[in-house]
Write a protein that binds this ligand. Structure first.
Ligand code: KG4
Ligand code: ZN
Length: 344
């Protein structure tokens, strides 16, 4: 059994956690920065990096104290080394390197996407490789065939915006506030999902990818027409996203030979309508549907510590020269999607 300290700082959540290779979460802490970013309607990288600098050390002290664990008792220190906002990634990674250097413990550099990809296993011990993963967050929208730790085949990605980005931008256009996902979901509960005709980009297409930019532009036009309530536009937008995610995931499921489960992860997986639709899709393919609890879907350090534990158990540790990376694809062999490269 190994005990791992995990650190996450790639976007606007500062987080630390202590997790064992036997799936025990001894402590996890998270500090959001919503208040700092709200005036700007989105995450400001410079503000995020400064906030991580201020908060991270005390969060690490807190998890160690709560679990009554001394740094000398952990087996390795895992930190997100990318992809993400580079200033924030650097804060977490450099902190981890300092702790590793001071304690003589190994460093495990974790890909943030691998953290999301493996997080469902932390909550669901019965989940076995390989599985089809829909990874939907603020920065990513991908379908991955997860074959094992460090073995990911990217089947699809977005050619423009990520799903969470579409939620965030639409919320801003509709004046629904930040962060966008939860505020759109809330408004949508009081709207008619078929009141506003919106496009379903790439639905039915032979290529496997996602696209959301056209949907966001259609939301803007619907808003500017003055003919619809924000609730109806939000509900229609959410329905369109559900239809897109479902169509693309179904296509991948039909093609993904041997998948033992359909799994969803990433912040957008907190959306109840998306979860419901995916549950039905998995059932129609005779597969179990696995979604982490809500707090594990959005950014957190338990998933980084858990991915770190799995890597550490396989002897995958990293040197102190390991770079922070703004971009870091999980599947380096994935073909470039049309027009993409930005979100890959
Ligand atoms: O995984 P995450 O915490 O951070 C990234 O790595 O991006 O995902 C954050 C994203 C944001 O775009 C947020 O608006 C979205 O997840 N999100 C939601 C919901 N909760 C969070 N999107 C739709 N419905 C939600 N309930
Ligand atoms: Zn994330």
């Amino acid at each position: 059994m190994s005990l791992i300290l995990g650190i996450e700082s790639s976007c606007d959540e500062t987080a630390a956690a202590l997790v064992t290779s036997e799936r025990r979460i001894l402590a996890h802490k998270l500090a959001g920065q919503e208040a700092e970013h709200r005036p700007y309607g989105g995450v400001v990288p410079e503000i995020a990096a400064r906030a991580h600098v201020e908060i991270l050390p005390s969060l690490i002290e807190d998890v160690l104290a709560e679990a009554n664990v001394d740094l000398g008792e952990v087996d390795a220190i895992a930190a997100t080394a990318g992809p993400g906002l580079i200033g924030g990634v650097m804060v977490g990674l450099v902190t981890a390197k300092g702790l590793a250097l001071a304690s003589g413990k190994p460093l495990v550099a974790v890909n943030h996407l691998e953290g999301h990809a493996l997080s469902p296993m932390l909550a669901q011990p019965s989940l076995a490789f390989p599985y089809l993963l829909l990874l939907v967050s603020g920065g990513h929208c991908q379908l991955l065939f997860v074959e094992g730790v460090g073995r990911y085949r990217r089947l699809a990605t977005t050619i423009d915006d990520a799903a969470g980005e579409a939620f965030d931008k639409s919320a801003k256009l509709l004046g629904l506030g930040f962060p966008g996902g939860p505020s759109v979901e809330k408004a949508a509960a009081n709207g008619d999902p078929y009141a506003v005709p919106l496009p379903r980009p790439l639905v039915g297409s032979a290529e496997p990818h996602f696209s959301f930019a056209g949907l966001k532009s259609a939301v803007l036009r619907a808003k500017e027409s003055g003919r619809h309530s924000a609730e109806d536009i939000a509900a229609s937008f959410q329905q369109a996203v559900v239809d897109c995610l479902l169509d693309r995931t179904k296509r991948a499921l039909d093609a993904a030979d041997g998948a033992k489960a359909l799994v969803v992860a990433g912040g957008v997986a907190a959306n109840q309508q998306i979860r419901g639709a995916l549950t039905e899709l998995a059932a129609s393919h005779g597969l179990p549907f696995v979604a982490p609890p809500l707090w594990l879907c959005t950014d957190n350090a338990a998933m980084i510590a858990w991915a770190g534990a799995l890597r550490f158990e396989q002897g995958l540790v990293d040197g102190l020269e390991t770079p922070a990376r703004a971009r870091w694809p999980l599947d380096p062999n994935a073909e470039k999607a049309r027009g993409a490269g930005v979100k890959a």
